[in-house]
Design a protein around this ligand. Structure first.
Ligand SMILES: Cc1ncc(COP(=O)(O)O)c(C=O)c1O
Length: 407
């Protein structure tokens, strides 16, 4: 039984939050108190089906027993050492994550943006030390409509005015090409290019899947030109699309994986850059770090996540439930109320005919019916429930979407 705090109304919480927190988000007006699997309960005892899963940070659901137990056990032992000392969960975490990725080395951080920053630093250093690019000249090619995080360097190569405006001066060294356009990418790569950084599926942009052959084309081009292919699998990776990595759908192995979100099991922030020794081996002591990166609690939870992914059960669920989700959304698209559906596995970007409301309005109507999703870019909603969701719950969630659209 979930416990709630019935003596405080939702509006009181939201008022208090608005009064004392920066307004960098525009949350739906729901105040969550507890979570269990794919379900959340708010402060007034109302239940909601979570069809967003913390933008894929909660692939294994709320309060996942294995993850909570792993965290609890580690809380009783030791939680933080800083990297000034060794600790006894670190080697296992790095070894097993490297193995999951088929690579040699891991550089653990905390948030996704930190891991992307780390990948940028890795690529630049590799460029100077291994590729032989003249000092200070390294360039990285990125895609339009990318989302890689919120740091000043990362927003420097964003094409979203909201993410970028007023945060200059911007970090130089990035070339932006249209996502999915291999010819544009080919034209942008020069002798000074050290890396191509891409999301294999662009999440924030609306779950955009690139044209078939694009990722293999990027792989071939980067190999030919001696450029690192960095795949930001922070949102697409770790089971969401039905495979451990979204790149696998196209048989592509990048040089560098950037991981985050689900790696921390929705319990603690855990991110990492994973690559072979010829790439990550460029770092020497003192050149990069993080007080919390690779801490014992993070490693304990991360190890459990890796063990769960190794079994393949979550990837299978994402494939099977994903086929069902996309079949049902396809039927909705046939009604014209939904104009386009994109995605892979248990992940969908759904464009709603603007006649039925903005993405925000649709999200609010779904919330009123007990389903939580989030809009992006006008009339798009993203559906990405925890991979532990039951088929009946998924169907119930889809029923609510049909009801909102009067379908
Ligand atoms: C593809 C991708 N990269 C990076 C990030 C940034 O991660 P974080 O919010 O943990 O910094 C996100 C977050 O949504 C993401 O989707």
């Amino acid at each position: 039984m979930t416990s709630v705090t019935p003596d405080h109304a939702t509006q009181d919480y939201i008022g208090a939050s608005d009064a004392h927190s920066a307004h960098n988000y525009h949350p739906l007006p729901v105040v969550v108190a507890t979570g269990d699997g794919a379900w959340l309960t708010d402060v007034e005892g109302r239940r909601y089906l979570d069809m967003l899963a913390g933008y894929s940070a909660l692939n294994f659901g709320h309060g996942n027993r294995r993850l909570v137990d792993a965290a609890k056990a580690q809380l009783e032992r030791v939680t933080l050492t800083s990297r000034a000392f060794h600790h006894d969960r670190f080697a296992d975490f790095c070894t097993q994550l490297a193995e999951l990725c088929g690579k040699d080395m891991v550089l653990p951080m905390n948030t996704g943006a930190e891991a992307v920053e780390t990948a940028v630093k890795t690529a630049r250093k590799w460029g100077y030390r291994v590729k032989g690019v003249p000092d200070g000249r390294a360039r990285i090619v990125v895609a339009s409509d990318n989302f890689h995080g919120r740091t000043t360097t990362i927003v420097s190569f964003s094409t979203d005015p909201e993410a970028r405006a007023d945060f200059g001066p911007y970090t130089p060294g990035f070339d932006i090409v249209p996502y999915g356009d291999l010819d544009a990418l080919r034209a942008a790569v020069t002798d000074e290019t050290v890396a191509v950084l891409l999301e294999p599926i662009q999440g924030e942009a609306g779950v955009l899947v690139p044209p078939a052959g694009y990722l293999p084309g990027v792989r071939e081009l980067t190999r030919e030109r001696g450029v690192l292919f960095i795949a930001d699998e922070i949102q697409s990776g770790l089971g969401r699309t039905g495979r451990t990595f979204a790149c696998e759908h196209e048989g592509v192995v990048p040089d560098v994986y950037v991981l985050g979100k689900a790696l921390g099991g929705g319990v603690v922030p855990v991110s990492a850059v994973v690559a072979d020794r010829d790439v990550l081996g460029v770092f020497r002591p003192g050149e990069h770090g993080s007080t919390f990166g690779g801490n014992p609690l993070a490693c304990a939870v991360g190890l459990e996540v890796i063990a769960m992914l190794r079994g393949g059960e979550f990837q299978r669920r994402a494939t099977e439930l994903g086929e069902h989700l996309h079949a049902e959304l396809g039927v909705l698209a046939g009604t014209g109320k939904v104009t386009e559906v994109r995605g892979r596995g248990l992940w969908a970007g759904v464009d709603i005919d603007p006649a039925y409301g903005t993405g925000r309005e649709i999200s609010e109507k779904l919330m009123a019916r007990g389903v939580l999703v989030k809009d992006t870019h006008g009339s798009t909603i993203r559906i990405a429930p925890p991979l532990v969701i039951g088929k009946e719950d998924l169907d119930w969630g889809l029923d609510q979407l049909r009801a909102v659209l009067g379908a």
